[in-house]
Design a protein around this ligand. Structure first.
Ligand code: NAP
Length: 259
């Protein structure tokens, strides 16, 4: 399917690996020029070069911690107009309710709620003025089915979801859509780190925990960053202009809820 977005310009945050990289690759395969971002220059340059070689699109890279206001300014100063914004950042650490103090919540809110909000506030006016734009926020299945050990993530992402519910409906008239993509368990570094942490706490091998996790998903496997990215690219396409303010699960059926 021609997504109709060849030649558009996208900022894909936290995109040297994992789900962000999946989104960057799928957009590039649709002919979208990219600004990619991550903290490690080496990984970012490697992934950007692979995309340039494979898809022949223009790719700029900005090394920055997207969750830090000062470092985010490097992107906002350098990247003026974009058509597509994919917000993403690392997820907060797991734990239990007794572990988390106010500072932990402030960090999580900054990373997974206030950062995407500040990016949207910055780029929405230009998209609206030009009459076309797409925003996809990578959140989590924990928005629909909170995961007890990810209380920091549950809290921050619920806040972002509330913001998007209202804002998406305020900007839709101008041809700009905002939606959230909710990953279930995908085979990325994030899931490896979470499995390692559970393995240490429970004394069960990572391999057994992974098998247990896969067995709990109706699709009986983890998702891939490639298939996640393709859903993101569709939401950014010309065909998705009537999808507004939605929270779309990509989870192999893990969240067992109809409504
Ligand atoms: P990942 O495999 O760990 O990849 C994270 C990517 O983001 C890397 O490119 C990393 O590069 C970059 N990054 C992390 N923190 C950053 C920051 N502060 N500023 C700029 N770049 C940053 O993670 P993932 O699995 O793709 O997950 C992406 C998001 O989806 C996370 O918020 C995660 O919690 C959420 N999620 C993932 C799953 C899953 O199963 N994978 C499920 C639910 C939700 P650098 O380290 O070089 O910065």
């Amino acid at each position: 399917m021609d997504l109709g977005i060849s030649g558009k310009r996208a900022l894909v945050c936290a995109s040297s690996k994992g789900l962000g990289l999946g989104c960057a690759e799928a957009l590039a395969s649709a002919g979208v020029n990219l600004i990619m971002n991550a903290r490690s220059e080496m990984d970012l340059t490697y992934s950007a070069n692979r995309i340039i070689d494979r898809y022949g699109v223009e790719v700029e890279t900005v090394v920055a911690d997207i969750t830090s206001e000062d470092q985010r300014a490097k992107i906002l100063d350098r990247v003026e107009n974009i058509d597509i914004l994919v917000t993403n950042a690392g997820g907060p650490p797991p734990g239990t309710w007794e572990d988390w103090n106010k500072e932990d919540f402030v960090l999580a809110l900054e990373a997974n709620m206030l950062t995407p909000i500040s990016l949207m506030k910055h780029y929405l006016p230009g998209m609206m003025e030009r009459g076309w734009g797409r925003v996809v926020n990578i959140t989590s299945q924990s928005v629909k089915a909170p995961i007890a050990t990810l209380g920091l993530s549950n809290s921050a992402r619920a806040g972002l979801t509330g913001y998007v519910a209202g804002t998406s409906r305020q900007v839709a008239h101008s041809g700009v859509t905002i939606n959230n993509l909710l990953p279930g368990s995908h085979a990325t570094d994030r899931i490896k780190n979470l499995l390692n942490s559970s393995s240490q706490k429970q004394g069960v091998s990572v391999e057994d925990l992974r098998k247990e996790l896969e067995a709990s998903i109706p699709a009986k496997r983890l998702g891939t960053h490639t298939e996640f990215g393709e859903v993101c690219a569709f939401l950014c396409s010309i065909h998705a202009g009537f999808i507004v303010g939605q929270n779309i699960l990509v989870d192999g059926g893990a969240v067992n809820a109809t409504l």
